[in-house]
Write a protein that binds this ligand. Structure first.
Ligand code: MV4
Length: 632
């Protein structure tokens, strides 16, 4: 095994000829790139770094998405997996899969362990996906200093944009106005009062280390400012290494618009068009579309120009997203920049025709962008619905469990990105997304009608899903006409379906409903049978009913005797009792934060807390003892 292109300087064909690895994918890869670059260029590929193999430091649909892009690019894939993911789709699809060694915290967050696996597996590059380590500057730096290509922008860009106060300054310097607000972090409540008066109420208080909804508070008057300020600061201290908070003018009913940008190492930056992500719940996006029904050609030209100016200013390389709030007068304000591939990149792909993950792989190797400004002439309309295992009728609480029936919609203009299948489990402690359902149409009504059809075609049993909400929300009259603003979910309580009452894999007390197909006089009937009374229902195996592992904000811990075990992995953000305290069954003992959700762990029985094994700031793993409760 000679070189394998790791130092980026060896001739690709020479590597291929000398390679003794019995791997057809690599052979194919060399041939592919040889065709792409030309032999002359390969001999002097200064600035290019050969990438024959990639470790995907992620799980779920995005790991699968990256594996697909690598395969089409002739790049060998190495998956990693943590506890419970031994049979996950991404591990089966990759050419190789390695267990992430034991350690602190979530497996997919163990930077050092992941880099060690990458080196052991001999890969050239690491793709972080989204979430987890994707916007961790230290991880990017560690990868690069370990001789690996980090597929994303450099560590300094990630860090600059991760600091939201710094990002506001950079945007301002690039001529892209942020929402009017404080120039830097606001240190004290006195300073906050002065700044808020200057900016004008209502005021949004945000955490500089935040992003998403963390540390986000709204206050409409000075009397509420202190509570919002200290609440935001508390969350900033608990969740982020950075306690800084800043103030912004709170815009009442803006749209959430974001622009996909792409930069290469040759100095080209192109803004690829906008996405409208206004429908959110718990500060997580639920529906995204491209283009935005609220963006006129004039506003679009300004948005794309502003986004390119900002990306050029920081010499941006790779895929990135610039988020804005758009008011109903067509003014837009910089919010933050995300330095990763995003969940909703799919809708941009559908209207531009560009595979953004394959483009990431190109750019990471030092190749120029494969497209030019023509991508701005987007074609048709694309909508994405996030299909999550959660109950819209219970404030969209995640409800992890096992999928007992699964069939994806298909057909013209339909795309499903998922890592789920029949019998797969949505784990508590990870994101509850089952699938991203994306439809394309020549225009918005066609894309929406196709989405409606696909939502109804999608069959998922065993867990509640967001599908019932999507079906009614997308048919809502004002949404159909003009799309939504960020307050859509709150403004339309009538669209929220009743709490899920169907059969879950988790539920012991379900009705004995079984589905059967019968035929009467040559006509086929699909029937539900309640109580089979000795009849043998269809071929479906009797379902197993393992222990309940709900994630409805209230995680029901498992227990063995006196010991209360954690059902999830996460960070302890609150401890509600002390050793020696008397508790009743159901009393909250501590709060564990995992994947942006707070989970209350409650006493499994009454008694005295004889020992407490958790402390604020500490980590717990699945099965760790949280507390021991002895009889009084
Ligand atoms: C805002 C805002 C209005 N004005 N900032 C920031 C984090 C993101 N998850 C929500 N954010 C917002 N920041 C100012 N100055 C509106 C939002 C916002 C939002 C607020 C409430 C409910 C849903 C929302 C969806 C998107 C954006």
């Amino acid at each position: 095994m000679i070189g394998m292109g790791k130092d980026g300087s060896d001739c690709v064909i020479a590597t291929a000829l000398l390679s003794l690895r019995p791997c057809t994918v690599q052979w194919c890869n060399h041939l592919l790139w040889a065709g792409d670059r030309g032999v002359e260029k390969m001999a002097a590929n200064v600035g290019e770094r050969t990438m024959n193999s990639v470790l995907i430091a992620n799980r779920g649909e995005i790991a699968v998405r990256v594996i697909r892009a690598c395969r089409e690019s002739g790049i060998r894939t190495v998956a990693v997996y943590g506890e419970g993911d031994e049979q996950a789709m991404h591990t089966e699809m990759a050419e190789d899969a390695w267990r992430i060694p034991d350690g602190e915290g979530l497996p997919y967050l163990r930077s050092q362990a992941l880099i060690e696996v990458a080196q052991h597996a001999g890969v050239d590059a690491v793709h972080p996906g989204y979430g987890f380590l994707s916007e961790n500057g230290d991880f990017a730096e560690l990868a690069e200093s370990s001789g690996l290509i980090f597929i994303g922008p450099d560590a300094s860009t990630i860090r600059a944009m991760g600091d939201k106060v710094a990002a506001r300054r950079i945007a301002t310097d690039a001529g892209v106005g942020p929402v009017p607000g404080s120039d830097g972090p606001v240190e004290t409540i006195e300073e906050a009062r002065v700044e808020a008066e200057r900016i004008g109420y209502p005021i949004a208080v945000k955490a500089s280390g935040g992003g998403g909804g963390r540390g986000f508070r709204v206050t409409r008057s000075e009397s509420e400012l202190e509570g919002a300020f200290s609440g935001s600061k508390g969350e900033a201290e608990r969740y982020f290494a950075n306690p800084d908070v800043y103030l912004e003018r709170y815009l009442e009913h803006p749209r959430h618009i974001e622009v996909q940008i792409f930069g290469d190492t040759h100095g080209t930056v192109i803004a690829m068009g906008e996405r409208d992500c206004s429908i959110q719940r718990r500060h997580q996006k639920l529906v995204e579309e491209a283009p935005s029904p609220a963006v006129t050609p004039e506003v679009r030209a300004q948005l794309l120009e502003a986004s390119e100016a900002l990306a050029r200013r920081v010499g941006y390389v790779g895929a990135g997203t610039i988020e804005y709030l758009l008011d109903d007068g067509g003014s837009f304000f910089f919010l933050e920049m995300n330095t990763r591939i995003q969940v909703e990149h799919t809708v941009t792909e559908m209207v531009t025709g560009v595979d953004l993950v394959k483009e990431q792989l190109r750019v990471a190797q030092g190749l120029p962008l494969s497209f030019g400004n023509e991508v701005r002439e987007t074609r048709g309309w694309a909508v994405e619905c996030r299909i999550n295992a959660e109950d819209p009728g219970r404030d969209f609480a995640p409800m992890p469990g096992t999928i007992t029936a699964y069939r994806e919609p298909a057909g013209f203009g339909v795309r499903v990105d998922s890592a789920m299948s029949l019998g797969a489990t949505i784990h508590a402690g990870y994101d509850s997304m089952i699938a991203k359902l994306v439809t394309w149409g020549r225009d918005r009504p066609e894309a929406l009608a196709r989405m409606d059809r696909c939502l109804r075609d999608f069959r998922i049993d065993g867990v509640p899903t967001t599908i019932p909400y999507h079906v009614v929300a997308l048919r809502e009259e004002s949404f159909m006409r003009q799309g939504a603003t960020t307050t859509f979910v709150a403004d339309h309580p009538e669209l929220i379906p009743a709490p899920f009452a169907g059969e879950t894999q988790l539920d012991e007390s379900t009705s004995e409903k079984e589905r059967m197909v019968i035929e009467i006089n040559g006509r086929r009937f699909d029937v539900a049978v309640y109580g089979t009374g000795g009849l043998q229902p269809s071929s479906r195996a009797k379902r197993k009913r393992p222990g309940r592992t709900p994630g409805s904000g209230q995680s029901e811990p498992t227990s063995t005797g006196d010991d209360l075990l954690s059902p999830i992995q996460g960070t302890v953000i609150q401890v509600a009792v002390e050793e020696g305290a008397s508790v009743s069954a159901g009393d909250v003992l501590c709060v564990v934060e995992a994947m942006k959700m707070e989970n209350e762990l409650a006493a499994h029985k009454a008694g005295v807390v004889s020992s407490l094994a958790v402390a604020v700031g500490g980590n717990v793993k699945v099965g760790d003892v949280v507390a021991t409760i002895a009889a009084e």
